[in-house]
Design a protein around this ligand. Structure first.
Ligand code: AHR
Length: 498
């Protein structure tokens, strides 16, 4: 079985956007506590940040981190998390039914971002709060000095403003599980008023309005239209959230999850452009895909957690990912990259322990889930311009999406360097792929890495952290501008050429 693609640097989609490689840190489960922050840990630095996790975050190639939620943000008082740690209140945390100690907060997060080398993306509580609290948070983070809240920040040890540019106006307010859930029009009005006020202080902020919490929501489409009809001119992006899982033991459909992501992005772009056309606006709204990943079951525990235990940092949705999940994650990144003309931001949800590429044990080691690898390698190799890629491929039948292409691919080109990312979504067929690279001028294969395994359910654990890792693909050949490579069933591959 064979597939083929032609790459031409003259046909581009858009520049690779570094913000495609964002992730997400929520005060949920053990993402913060015993994830990125654990003062007593052997690797903890002077701020209590786990250095093993910081190192893995840098290796993952993360560009930006969204914080502090998620559902958590809709009941959060940011003031609880600043100032002397001994004075910070313990609170009931309703979204995940736990106790929030507030030992980690805004100032710690900004310091952690500087150490990790990532841009902070801040979410505002528009569930239980409104315009005034958003303005207070902005004054604390971004005003230089000489006001109550900017001086308070300085008193807390940060004389220079944080200069946070990218803000989410709430989180998933279309969801009935959300504290402060609203109709599209109600939320759109609040987003408009909040955005307008924030821009009175800093006109050049980048603001994200909440889109639907999944394309399966009954209000999907209507929500986007109603929200943007209220706030189109004062926001920059609309969010998408999507989680995929093989809950029905239907691996063929699961492996084709990127087909759903492609459609989701295209429909939200269409919804936004429709409102723009109605408003006769020359402005374009882009997408902040600020939550995406594989996530299995247990969705019902979104709002009520584990009974009424009210624990500090309980284990929540610590999904153990396998090889198949990693191939899907690699394919979802392919989908995001090929939409670089409209996807301005994307965040793999989340970073540590909670549906995460990085796992830790309290007082113990940190390791990479199989999903870590396609993210890290794509972030490292994707550069320059995303190329238009038309693939001719055999198809695989799926229950959910009908026949889909077995091979899916995207490529980037940067001043003589070519990167190609490919998946083989067939459950049982090896596919020989031919790539015509003659127009790119490349002559050398620098790297050819494939993630595959005889056991499609193989996982990494603390005891065996490198069970699933990418291997050099020895079947690659490059002669006279023609590259051939063989892709095993259920595999993800990255090629670097120059
Ligand atoms: O990432 C986990 C949760 O999924 C987030 O808190 C919420 O926004 C989404 O439903």
């Amino acid at each position: 079985t064979t597939a083929s693609l032609v790459l031409d640097p003259a046909f581009t989609v858009a520049p690779v956007n570094r913000r495609t490689f964002g992730t997400f840190v929520e005060h949920m489960g053990r993402c913060v506590y015993t994830g990125i922050y654990e003062p007593g840990h052997a690797t903890a630095d002077e701020d209590g940040f786990r250095k093993d996790v910081l190192e893995l975050t840098r290796e993952l190639g993360v560009s930006l981190v969204r914080y502090p939620g998620g559902n958590f943000v809709s009941g959060y008082r940011w003031e609880d998390g600043v100032g002397p740690q001994a004075d910070r209140p313990r609170r009931l945390e309703l979204a995940w039914h736990s106790i929030e100690t507030n030992q980690f907060g805004l100032d710690e997060f900004v310091r952690w971002c500087a150490k990790a080398g990532v841009e902070p993306m801040m979410a505002i509580n528009l569930g239980t709060r409104g315009v005034q609290e958003a303005l207070d948070l902005q004054e604390y983070t971004n005003h230089p000095a000489g006001t109550a809240l900017s001086d308070l920040r300085a008193e807390h040890g940060a004389a220079s403003p944080y200069g946070i540019k990218l803000w989410c106006l709430g989180n998933e307010l279309d969801g009935p599980w959300q504290i402060g859930h609203k109709t599209g029009t109600e939320y759109g009005r609040l987003a408009n008023e909040t955005a307008r006020a924030l821009r009175m202080v800093e006109p050049d902020l980048e603001l994200v309005a909440c889109g639907s919490s999944s394309s399966g929501m009954p209000t999907f489409g209507t929500w986007e239209r109603e929200v943007l009809q209220e706030c189109y001119e004062v926001v920059d992006h609309i969010s998408c959230h999507a989680y995929y899982g093989d809950d029905k033991d239907d691996p063929a459909s699961f492996l084709a999850s990127a087909v759903d992501m492609d459609r989701f992005i295209d429909s939200v772009v269409a919804s936004a452009d429709h409102v723009g056309a109605e408003l006769k606006s020359s402005k374009r709204i882009d997408i902040s895909f600020d939550e995406w990943n594989v996530w299995y079951g247990e969705r019902s525990r979104r709002t009520d957690g584990d009974g009424d235990a009210w624990e500090v940092a309980p284990r929540r949705i610590e999904d153990e990912y396998n090889l198949t999940d990693a191939v899907v994650v690699g394919n979802l990144l392919i989908s995001l990259l090929r939409h670089s003309d409209r996807v301005a931001v994307a965040c793999l949800a989340q970073l540590a322990n909670v549906i995460a590429p990085i796992m830790t044990e309290p007082d113990g080691p940190a390791w990479r889930q199989p999903t870590f690898h396609p993210f890290a390698i794509t972030s490292r190799l994707a550069a320059g311009q995303v190329l238009q890629v038309n693939t001719t491929s055999p198809t695989v039948p799926t229950e959910k999406f009908g026949d889909v292409a077995a091979v899916d691919a995207v490529a980037t080109y940067d001043d003589g360097k070519l990167a190609v990312f490919l998946v083989n979504r067939s459950l049982d067929q090896t596919i020989e792929v031919t790539v015509d690279v003659s127009r790119t001028g490349v002559t050398t294969v620098e790297e050819a890495l494939t993630l595959a395994d005889d056991d499609r359910l193989a996982v990494n654990t603390a005891a065996q952290p490198d069970r699933v890792v990418p291997q050099a693909n020895d079947n690659v050949r490059l002669n006279d501008g023609k590259l051939t490579i063989s892709l095993p069933p259920i595999s993800w591959t990255a090629l670097a050429l120059n």
